[in-house]
Write a protein that binds this ligand. Sequence first.
Ligand code: FES
Ligand code: FES
Length: 209
Amino acid sequence: MEEDQKENNGQRRKGISRRGFIQLVGAGAIATTLGDVSKSSPVEAAEAAEKGEMVHVSLQVNGRRHRFKVESRWTLLDVLREKLGLTGPKLGCGRGECGACTVLIDGQPRYACLTLALEAEGKAILTVEGLLRDDELGPVQKAFWDNDAMQCGYCTPGQIMAAEGMLRVNPNPSLDEIRKGMSGNLCRCGSYAHIFKAVEQAAKLKQTV
Ligand code: FES
Ligand code: FES
């Protein structure tokens, strides 16, 4: 009990743990399914999603607004990759376990595979592509490059977005805070030591730009 309280307090100060992250995403997706897909009733909303009914959705991605017609059950990841051709966010597990699909929604790291496109309407969505400054890498991208923080690179866009989100909340994290802040993102190549170093460097770089 006391441990849970400590963890909750820590989340508010320093970002969010893997467990809290998954709970937040799951709760949001369910609330949207029940409350937004249909304006009438939760049962009708669930039926609409099941039938694959087409709906309009307007999304602000990397500073630009886009309008699509999608099935109400499409995830944000589906729309980013299939409609916008943004291949930075990756499909790994598709169920909130690996973090390969991480994007920022209103500045918070979220799993795009567990977020309905409709849920993201009216919010600012940032993908790894949106961190570029003209043709230059942003600070977190540059730090990952400088520290060889990747092997196959599949997890890297998600790792970068998780780091970006964490550093916005906690600009000067300790190594323990970095480990915890990045705990929602798995790397099957095991590049964690380099990833953590990259995040440490990214924190410094961000303070100079
Ligand atoms: S693909 Fe989204 S968490 Fe794994
Ligand atoms: S670099 Fe291969 S999964 Fe992370």
